[in-house]
Write a protein that binds this ligand. Structure first.
Ligand SMILES: CC(C)(COP(=O)(O)OP(=O)(O)OC[C@H]1O[C@@H](n2cnc3c(N)ncnc32)[C@H](O)[C@@H]1OP(=O)(O)O)[C@@H](O)C(=O)NCCC(=O)NCCS
Length: 114
């Protein structure tokens, strides 16, 4: 994990500790308690079902550090796999243009205490 005050870069590894993905959270200055997520899987493991696992692990990590948080995903409208990933993971549609879709998922303190 690489970190500074405003962003975290998490690296996911498979069972034999080969890096397979990065997940980054960048704090958004203009929205309180909000973090933009970006996920990138190594090309060699795409389509193998890793993306929801990596995303969920990253969300768990973020919640352990920021129990009240909104995660924002800005996805190119043409990126069907990414859109499917975030919608399946429970992200809600916030806005949509021809090029860009913005989705978000909010975690609250009461959820964090469950
Ligand atoms: C986006 C990314 C993380 C997705 O990971 P992936 O392993 O390629 O995704 P998958 O092949 O598992 O597809 C994810 C889901 O989208 C679906 N999907 C894939 N291509 C699709 C398409 N063309 N149309 C509709 N659904 C599609 C898959 O069926 C899967 O759904 P499921 O989980 O219900 O089976 C990966 O492609 C990546 O790293 N891309 C480059 C970086 C990027 O674009 N990041 C996103 C911006 S934050």
């Amino acid at each position: 994990m690489l970190t500074d005050d405003t962003s975290w870069l998490l690296v996911a590894e498979d069972a034999v500790q080969t890096p397979i993905a990065t997940l980054r959270f960048d704090r958004l200055d203009d929205l309180p308690d909000s973090f933009e997520v970006s996920i990138t899987l190594a090309p060699s493991v795409r389509g193998e079902g890793w993306s929801p696992i990596v995303l969920a692990s990253g969300e768990d990590w973020l919640r352990a550090h920021e129990p009240v948080a909104t995660i924002v995903a800005a996805v190119r409208a043409s990126n069907a796999a990414s859109l499917h990933l975030f919608i399946s993971a429970g992200y809600s549609l916030d806005s949509q243009t021809a090029d860009l879709v913005t989705l978000s998922k909010r975690f609250t303190q009461s959820q964090a205490e469950q």
